[in-house]
Design a protein around this ligand. Structure first.
Ligand SMILES: NC(=O)C1=CN([C@@H]2O[C@H](COP(=O)(O)OP(=O)(O)OC[C@H]3O[C@@H](n4cnc5c(N)ncnc54)[C@H](OP(=O)(O)O)[C@@H]3O)[C@@H](O)[C@H]2O)C=CC1
Ligand SMILES: O=C(CO)[C@H](O)[C@H](O)COP(=O)(O)O
Length: 475
């Protein structure tokens, strides 16, 4: 057991894509890093890749030696698959830890597991941090956005190191302590939900231009590249533009044309939707994006259906490029608003006091959903926000006033042409539901009371919920 206050500043366990990049980032910023990995042969390869930075690295194959190489109180970052592997590693490392040490799970973890593990650590003198990390390999190596959940003790210990390696937006480090236990992993999960929605909406516009407009990948990529200079400027538009303009060296075809149309998913989008539904919320734009990945997986059924089901399309022309751009902007605002609505519900449910302005700020650089919009969102959260709803912020209302007509034209064209736009049309449906003071749930309540005697509140007595209807018998 190491009782010494000397040793590495931090330990990084798991030298895969993210762990190795983060370890090098820490070393680059002048921190001494102890590293280890399940398969020890990767450690040697990693040290070779580190080049001169290896001077700052201490590599240990045995868990006990790895822990002993870190100065106390220790910060030990795990970048491994969450779930069972993380539980097993906690069990294995725990006997080697000392009072004040912190274990950090930097993977994409289910926040429920993070809350459970944090509760297990409570009162033991050990600390558990759930830290969402976004930015992929490049971000991890040169500046990720990080969402930290855990105790103040751990944050004090970690802060100088994570601020040093984080992406910077105009000098501001894109990392924050967002709350206790699962707060950081929850915010990362919702970040990924918004990521799914934004990716899906971009793919829907690609689909309209390809299937409705007959454009090739290069043309669409060039259009997206031009959009980088406007209000849609973002990492996801940038990578989509580059991907569409890439060529497969094997066939000479556009890269995207040789990729099977079945999207993978590791769970964070689905968790966003599940947690939202559990809290009585529906982020339908995010749901549509998760659902669309599910539909994409049904390749055999779609191939079977293609010659059997007709589009029976109506006359419509391809929307103007400006309309497509504005429709995507409206969809992006609405998807973010839905994500922040989920965060607000969770903050209330788990008593986290999440700071939405700060969350927008740490998403402005380093992470996958970074975009010009996020700077406006952080401003909006710091100013007047009627009913705590992002879409009611004056600046967002102005953006929506400009862009909703385009979203209507694009969704109408998609419906007429038979081009599926589940996320964009879902965003519009949400907007139209939210702007209607009197919706249609009065009929749902009538139906419930009619067949199940469930009761309802009256417009002239909204407090009581036990009113029943004077129902006419069915004919
Ligand atoms: N890739 C990305 O863009 C992002 C990934 N993440 C998250 O970061 C974490 C790591 O992802 P990534 O680096 O991409 O994954 P990789 O597959 O590149 O690396 C996985 C690492 O975990 C180790 N590992 C796997 N299973 C176990 C186990 N049962 N016990 C101990 N160690 C194990 C592997 O060790 P070995 O070499 O022995 O196989 C390897 O070091 C994941 O939780 C992921 O969700 C978060 C943000 C972005
Ligand atoms: O966390 C990430 C980015 O923020 C990872 O890239 C994540 O793997 C993306 O999710 P999925 O694999 O489900 O598309």
């Amino acid at each position: 057991m190491n009782t010494s206050s000397t040793g590495a500043d931090i330990g990084v366990y798991g030298l895969g894509t993210m762990g190795s990049a983060l370890a090098l980032n820490f070393a680059d910023k002048g921190f001494d890093v102890a590293v280890s990995n399940r398969e020890p042969e990767w450690i040697k390869a990693f040290l070779t890749e580190a080049g001169p930075l290896s001077e700052r690295l201490t590599a240990e194959a045995e868990l006990a030696d790895f822990v002993a190489a870190i100065a106390r109180p220790r910060s030990i970052l795990f970048m491994i698959p969450s779930g069972a592997p993380m539980d097993a590693m906690i069990k294995a490392i725990r006997p080697h830890l000392d009072e004040g040490d912190t274990i950090i799970d930097g993977g994409n973890a289910d926040f429920n597991a993070t809350r459970r593990r944090s509760a297990d650590f409570e009162g033991t003198g050990l600390h558990y941090v759930g830290m969402g990390v976004s930015g992929g390999e490049e971000g991890a190596r040169h500046g990720p956005s990080m969402m930290v959940g855990g105790t103040d003790h751990s944050w004090t210990q970690l802060r100088p190191m994570v601020e040093a390696i984080a992406a910077k937006f105009e000098g501001d480090a894109c990392v924050a302590h967002l709350g206790p236990d699962g707060a950081g992993h929850f915010v990362k999960t919702v970040h990924n939900g918004i990521e799914y929605a934004d990716m899906q909406m971009i793919a829907e516009v690609y689909g309209m231009l390809r299937d409705g407009g007959g454009q090739d990948a290069g043309q669409i990529g060039a259009l997206f590249e031009r959009w980088q200079d406007g209000p849609l400027s973002s990492y996801l538009i940038e990578v989509s533009a580059a991907a569409l303009q890439s060529t497969d060296s094997k066939t000479g075809k556009p890269m995207v044309d040789v990729i099977l149309d079945q999207a993978g998913q590791k769970g964070t989008g689905r968790w966003t939707v599940i947690e939202a539904l559990k809290m009585g919320q529906s982020a339908n734009t995010i749901e549509a994006a998760v659902g669309a990945r599910g539909w994409s997986a049904e390749k055999d059924a779609r191939e079977c259906a293609a010659p059997l089901l007709e589009a029976q399309a109506l006359d419509a022309s391809l929307p103007a490029e400006d309309d497509l751009e504005m429709a995507l902007l409206a969809g992006r605002i609405l998807a973010h608003a839905q994500g922040f609505r989920i965060l607000a519900s969770a903050s209330e449910e788990f008593d986290w006091s999440l700071d939405y302005a700060r969350i927008s700020e740490i998403w402005r650089a380093g992470c996958i959903i970074r975009s010009a919009l996020l700077d406006d969102l952080s401003d909006a959260f710091r100013k007047e926000l009627p009913a705590d709803h992002l879409i009611l912020a004056p600046a967002m209302r102005a953006r929506l006033r400009e862009s909703i007509p385009a979203l209507r034209r694009v969704v109408s064209a998609g419906v007429s042409m038979g081009v599926a736009m589940p996320a964009l049309s879902g965003a519009l449906a949400w907007y139209d539901s939210m702007r209607r003071a009197r919706g249609t749930a009065n009929l749902i309540q009538a139906q419930r009371d009619f067949f199940g005697n469930h009761g309802f509140a009256r417009v002239d007595d909204a407090v009581g919920t036990d009113h029943h209807g004077d129902w006419k018998p069915p004919a």
